[in-house]
Design a protein around this ligand. Structure first.
Ligand code: URA
Length: 276
């Protein structure tokens, strides 16, 4: 973020009007990196500098964003790879927020991947307490008999415990392979592949098409879009119904706002609309 006049930073953060903010500076109530700001022309970088007003820290303003990527095979669901392999961030070059994936999809898996800069929400959505249903289309070698798919619904024993599919149905049969639609609620590593391996089926392709209320739809491979306000609201409702406390709730972080200002936390959609 660029350097900006301190009164502008305070006004943008919703602390006070620019005029009031100027008065705060003059009254010596504003500190930047531990030093009282003495001139109205003083500039700071809200993303780097430690700014305090009346003894309270101004948290850097970054709108919370959530986007959906149709991940192609051959990309890691991480921010960086020490071996230099392509990561999903390579597909999101024009996104200026520091986002990271919510959970993972294997290197060779494809489909719906959510990314956000909202650490609390990412943590809440990945929390085991949620049991968010995730729907996958799985291409397997051969055509598994019905009784083997029933085993997936009853539960199979894996090395890290039992795993069950919420639902599982054969949706397409071909001569040498078939497609199965499976819904699971856990996020353990390689879960779907390991479940199919437990019933003796080899996974040839794996594509996630739904994550809770969010659907991949016809978004082309490698493309992304911001969640709609309705989708973002649904995800937030799931997380607020969880009973799991976010770090923000735990620390009861001070949130700067005035009577008429927006809170310094919100959701951003491409048209810059904020949701409550
Ligand atoms: N299950 C898997 O095996 N791999 C994924 O990427 C997601 C679920």
């Amino acid at each position: 973020m660029a350097l900006e006049r301190i009164q502008k930073i305070l006004a943008k953060a919703g602390i006070a009007s620019r005029r009031e903010a100027e008065r705060m500076v003059i009254e010596g109530r504003v500190l930047v990196n531990g030093k009282v700001v003495e001139a109205l022309g003083f500039k700071a970088d809200p993303s780097k500098d430690h700014i305090k007003v009346d003894g309270k820290r101004l948290t850097p303003f970054e709108p919370k964003v959530m986007l959906l990527l149709n991940k192609p095979r051959g990309y890691l669901s991480t921010v960086k790879d020490p071996k230099g392999r392509p990561t999903v961030l390579d597909l999101l070059k024009n996104v200026k927020w520091r986002i990271y994936p919510v959970g993972r999809l294997d290197f060779d898996a494809e489909g719906l991947l959510l990314l956000t800069n909202d650490g609390d929400l990412a943590h809440l959505l990945s929390h085991p307490r949620f049991s968010i249903p995730k729907t996958y289309l799985v291409k397997v070698a051969g055509i598994p008999e019905e009784k083997r798919l029933t085993r997936l619904k009853r539960g199979v024993m894996l090395e890290d415990g039992q795993a069950k599919a919420v639902s599982c149905s054969l949706i397409r049969e071909r001569e040498k392979n078939s497609w199965i639609r499976v819904v699971v609620t856990e996020g353990r590593n390689h879960l779907v592949k390991r479940m199919f391996s437990a019933i003796g089926a080899t996974v040839l392709k794996l594509k996630r098409i739904e994550y809770g209320p969010i659907q991949l739809g016809d978004l082309p491979f490698g493309q992304f879009r911001y969640l709609t306000p309705e989708e973002a609201e649904k995800l937030k409702q799931i997380s607020s119904a969880s009973g799991v406390r976010s770090s923000e709730e735990k620390t009861k972080r001070f949130e700067f706002r005035t009577k008429n200002s927006r809170p310094a936390v919100g959701w951003r959609t491409p048209n810059q609309r904020f949701l409550k």
